[in-house]
Design a binder for this molecule. Structure first.
Ligand code: UDP
Length: 239
């Protein structure tokens, strides 16, 4: 019989904050760089699904703290993620990668609806699928959606790209000078110690479904490619 190797399929979560390059809106040079790094891995045969955050536009919790209704503010947050999806789609297409955007909130003029079987089909054909509008539900985060989309599209690993930090630390490295980077971490430990560089809901969904997660920094050039290709950078989180 023919030896059949399963292609590597991963879910890459990109923080919206990184897309903004430190301000509100989209920094084209940053998004172009990320797209080019993704294109290298796609060229090498990795099947890539992506969830993009929206922190460079709105975070529902922050707007709610300033007096807005939380659910409505969360919908604004979700709409922000769609703008990031379109920016990423544009630069990926410019890098020669075929892409589809699927959103959890219907907006037929700009994106397909989220249809899991269709997403899988795109991945099998070597297209990059970008998931927008989160889960379409207030009170969720895009970290959690990343894990859910990985589970539903049958990927092997969820890759959490972070800006400003290159893995999971024993404490917040921006606040505690004694914090050290952890190479391998269990989900329970992350939850008990409140290591919330990734949302606790995302951690517990991974734990309950035995999902592998790699948390890594996307500031260093080449790191997105490295993570997509399976290099052991950052922190591995396991059940
Ligand atoms: N959001 C939501 N439901 C979801 C995903 C996102 O309500 O399923 C909203 C929420 O307000 C969140 C915002 O969209 O603050 C942007 O997403 P997130 O904060 O996860 O982006 P990131 O921090 O990764 O840039």
């Amino acid at each position: 019989p023919l030896t059949q190797t399963t292609p590597r399929r991963v879910l890459l979560k990109l923080s919206g904050e990184a897309f903004g390059g430190g301000t509100i809106g989209v920094a084209p040079n940053v998004v172009r760089r990320i797209a080019e790094e993704i294109a290298v891995a796609v060229d090498r045969g990795v099947q890539v699904a992506i969830v993009v955050g929206g922190g460079n536009f709105f975070r529902g919790a922050e707007l709610a703290n300033n007096g807005m209704d939380r659910a409505r503010a969360d919908y604004m947050g979700m709409l922000g993620t769609v703008m990031n999806c379109l920016a990423l789609q544009d630069f990926l297409e410019q890098s020669g990668v075929t892409t589809r955007v699927q959103t959890a909130i219907a907006m037929g003029q700009v994106a397909e609806a989220y249809i899991p079987l269709r997403a899988i089909r795109h991945l099998e054909k070597g297209r990059v699928v970008i998931f927008g509008a989160g889960a379409g539900m207030p009170y969720f985060s895009t970290d959690t959606v990343a894990v859910q989309r990985l589970l539903e599209t049958g990927g092997q690993e969820v890759l959490m790209a972070k800006n400003g930090v290159d893995g999971v630390y024993t404490a917040d490295p921006h606040k505690d000078a004694t914090a050290t980077k952890i190479d391998v971490l269990g989900y329970n430990e992350a939850l008990v110690k409140g290591l919330n560089v990734v949302d606790s809901t995302a951690f517990s969904l991974c734990r309950d479904n035995d999902v592998r997660m790699r948390v890594f920094g996307m500031d260093a050039p080449g790191n997105v490619t490295r993570a997509l290709l399976g290099e052991e950078i950052g922190t591995l989180v396991v059940a």
